[in-house]
Design a protein around this ligand. Sequence first.
Ligand code: 5GP
Ligand code: ZN
Length: 113
Amino acid sequence: MVDCMFCKIASKELASEVVAESDSVIAFRDINPAGPVHVLVVPKRHVSSAADLSSEDGDVLAEMFATMSSIATTEGLERGYRIVTNVGPDAGQSVHHLHFHLIGGRSMAWPPG
Ligand code: 5GP
Ligand code: ZN
């Protein structure tokens, strides 16, 4: 999609620190990390948010979760981590291309702010 920052990162038009990649998924470090580890896991195909997923997206979602599990191991997050996706203004979604935040390396409060 034109002018979508994460589409541009997925196509390498914009630089990022990539930690994992396949034909359909890319994972890269968040530019403003909320913890010692903060990776964004993104489908290369443009999907605006989790609200726009359908049952046809099952394969890419499974791959995204498998990617996060693998990154958690690589990053040494054996004490745990959090997976978050924000949808819409109340949740504070600022980039309108689906992404899972994988955050770890510190203890976290619940509920989130
Ligand atoms: P949201 O607020 O939509 O849930 O999350 C968007 C995330 O994207 C934020 O954590 C923000 O720091 C990150 N972000 C925004 N622009 C860029 C960028 O150009 N590069 C990278 N690596 N992360 C970005
Ligand atoms: Zn996009």
